[in-house]
Design a protein around this ligand. Structure first.
Ligand code: TYD
Length: 211
């Protein structure tokens, strides 16, 4: 076991992961913890280059090539950034991790969920988060949020609603299979309410009292 705390955030595009990651990080820092905020894909220099390919490559990327690119990003990130931080006793708050691969590459595409999970676990030498926050949001609501933000869609965001519905179902299945690792949150709740629910769970993990 590592002395640090590894927390990941998962959910569809536009579910508010980054906002909650930032709020949680600020709260933990105010409590005196050293916090590393990071993300996949793109949490390292190598990862930034891989991210460019997986999100913005114009031609076709085959399903296995895509899964391997995310796994390569993950291997580099976990080995060079996440494990060292955990070994120093820090809190790592990470946008997306292996559950995203299972949901997007496994259930969303033609590959099977178990093989994608095994590939990720191989890449990360078996590292699992202490806590995974799943920000669950109806795909139509997520789409409306992304449209409102007027963001340019990346390759995966541009997929059809039906794809995003499959991804959402896959996340919920993963959470149901590992209830002790996951906290499933209704991402349509107000930001402050979500943040309070998250703080309560993290406080329990750290053995803190919230008063
Ligand atoms: P990003 O902009 O980082 O996330 P978000 O959309 O949550 O702001 O985009 C990452 C995209 O990559 C997102 O559409 C999900 C996808 N993805 C995978 O398909 N597999 C993976 O293993 C990871 C980590 C992400």
């Amino acid at each position: 076991m590592t002395p640090g705390l590894f927390i990941t955030l998962e959910g569809g595009d536009g579910s508010g992961k980054s906002t909650q990651a930032a709020l949680l990080g600020e709260w933990l820092q105010a409590l005196g913890r050293t916090v590393v905020r990071t993300r996949e894909p793109g949490g390292t220099e190598v990862g930034v280059e891989i991210r460019e390919i997986v999100l913005h490559h114009r031609g076709e990327v085959s399903p296995r090539a895509e899964a391997l690119l995310y796994a390569a990003d993950r291997a580099q990130h976990i080995a060079t950034k996440v494990r060292p931080a955990l070994a120093r006793g820090e809190v790592v708050i990470q946008d997306r991790y292996l559950d995203s691969s299972v949901a997007y590459q496994g259930a969303g595409r033609v590959l099977g969920a178990p093989e994608v999970r095994d590939l990720s676990l191989w890449a990360a030498e078996g590292l699992l988060p202490h806590l995974t926050l799943l920000l669950d949001l109806d795909e139509t609501a997520a789409r409306t949020r992304l449209n409102a933000a007027n963001k340019r869609f990346d390759r995966l965001e541009a997929e059809k609603n039906e794809f995003h519905a499959r991804v959402r179902a896959a996340f919920l299945e993963l959470a149901a299979a590992e209830p002790e690792r996951f906290l499933v949150l209704d991402a349509s709740l107000p930001v402050d309410e979500l943040a309070a629910l998250i703080r309560a769970r993290v406080a329990a993990l750290l053995g803190l009292s919230l008063d």
